[in-house]
Ligand binder design. Structure first.
Ligand SMILES: [Zn+2]
Length: 422
């Protein structure tokens, strides 16, 4: 059969990218602008401007919003006008900005220096929630230039920090007009045509009950928010990642590993080109897999092995597929045919997007979870998943859950792989 899912990025991998980006930003932090004692501190005035700016978004008041943008920054002003329009359909429960710090990056030399304009370079956090869908906000960081003239502060640019590696996070509405489609269990925000977005909502609506059947309803809202950019470059920008690595990835889930009910909201982001090449079955598998990540988020932590989180998502997605193991795991079946039975469970490195054994890693994880569900029970599998996220060692997770040592579990899995795929 044709490849069902040309790889699915692990939530962990996406997080690694985002976390690394944040770390680089912290490492390259630079000193603030020269201190001018004679003038009042910028911070309270900038925060007040941000509060007015946020209120204008919440109240759909374009005039008030644009009044906060520097009229001399004509290109930025036009982009902000566009962005405000792009956001019009998005159902916002909340939208706010927090000034994290001024002096966040070195400003480029001033064009009209000496005209009395004061400038400051700030790190600003946007927090927003989608009405009816997000219990917690999505948080994103921007690097903004603010200007002051005659006592008025304005936002003047969002890209002056780029040369210092301070790139403002990109949201879908920065990329184009957002169309909103509502499903029974889903909300789709997209840049494409309504018909395509309706298709995503329909697929997600089928995925959610499947995930609830496997994982239950507790601990997640039972809905999924999908974002659909139009191009691969837009997908890369949304993820702050090199788009080349995502060419064959049909969809990714962003979000923070759980352990806390305060973890930010999740988004499933579809790569339209790769997703569009999938069969109906393939689309269903991908969205059920990603929705499983959303549902299990709070039970998934840094101690959850990737073979378990990715394998579980695939187990849910393929559970009622009615296909044989070699059909679902063709790459690993090929290896086993060639006499290469894996020696160990897939490691975190095997799940890196650049890994040559990425497909085998997913397939091996899927079979490990399927084995637990088949030889013990589906309930035992979900219990194992929950225990693994508590920070317990894998040794204690496997011993308490299955009465096996890691070596014993691996041996049993190898036998199972051989038997199912050989
Ligand atoms: Zn995944």
């Amino acid at each position: 059969m044709t490849a069902v899912h040309p790889g699915r990025r692990t939530a962990g991998a996406v997080l690694a990218v985002l976390a690394l980006f944040g770390l680089l930003a912290a490492l390259t932090g630079c000193g603030g602008a020269a201190h001018k004692a004679a003038r009042p501190a910028a911070d309270p005035a900038v925060q007040q401007l941000l509060d007015r700016h946020a209120a204008a978004v919440r109240q759909h008041d374009q005039r008030a919003f644009l009044a906060g943008v520097d009229p001399r920054s004509t290109r930025f002003l036009a982009a902000q006008r566009q962005m405000f329009g792009n956001l019009a359909q998005v159902p916002l429960a909340d939208w706010s900005y927090r000034l994290v710090r001024t002096g966040a990056f070195p400003l480029p030399p001033e064009a009209g220096a000496g005209d009395g304009t004061r400038r400051t370079a700030a790190e600003v956090q946007l927090r927003y929630r989608l009405s009816g869908y997000d219990a917690q906000p999505v948080v994103s960081t921007s690097y903004l230039t603010f200007t002051e003239r005659s006592g008025h502060w304005y936002v003047a640019a969002d890209d002056d920090g780029e040369s210092a590696g301070k790139r403002s996070a990109v949201q879908l509405w920065d990329q184009g007009k957002v169309t909103v489609v509502r499903g029974a269990h889903s909300l789709v925000l997209g840049l494409g045509d309504t018909g395509t977005l309706r298709g995503y909502a329909d697929d997600a609506d089928q995925a959610v009950p499947q995930v609830q059947h496997a994982w239950g309803r507790a601990g997640w809202p039972g809905t999924v928010v999908i974002e659909a950019p139009k191009t691969l470059d837009q997908l890369g920008a949304l993820l702050a990642a090199d788009p080349a690595g995502y060419q064959d990835i049909a969809a990714v889930t962003t979000g923070e590993l759980g352990g806390s009910a305060q973890a930010p909201a999740d988004r499933v982001i579809v790569n339209p080109a790769a997703f569009g090449k999938l069969s109906a079955f393939g689309r269903q598998v991908v969205l059920t897999h990603e929705t499983t990540h959303v549902a299990t988020r709070l039970a998934t932590t840094a101690s959850t092995p990737l073979w378990l989180s990715e394998g579980f998502a695939d187990w849910v997605a393929y559970r009622d597929a009615g296909r044989t193991a070699p059909e679902i795991a063709p790459e690993l079946a090929h290896d086993v045919d060639a006499g290469h039975l894996p020696a160990a469970l897939p490691t975190a490195a095997d799940f890196r997007p650049t890994s040559s054994d990425l497909a085998q890693a997913y397939e091996g994880g899927w079979l490990a979870c399927r084995m637990v569900a088949d030889q013990w029970s589906p309930d035992r599998l979900t219990a194992l998943y929950r225990t693994a996220g508590t920070g317990a060692t894998l040794d204690s997770v496997l011993r308490s859950g299955l009465d096996l040592s890691p070596a014993g579990f691996t041996a049993r899995w190898r036998t199972y792989v051989q038997q199912e795929l050989g």
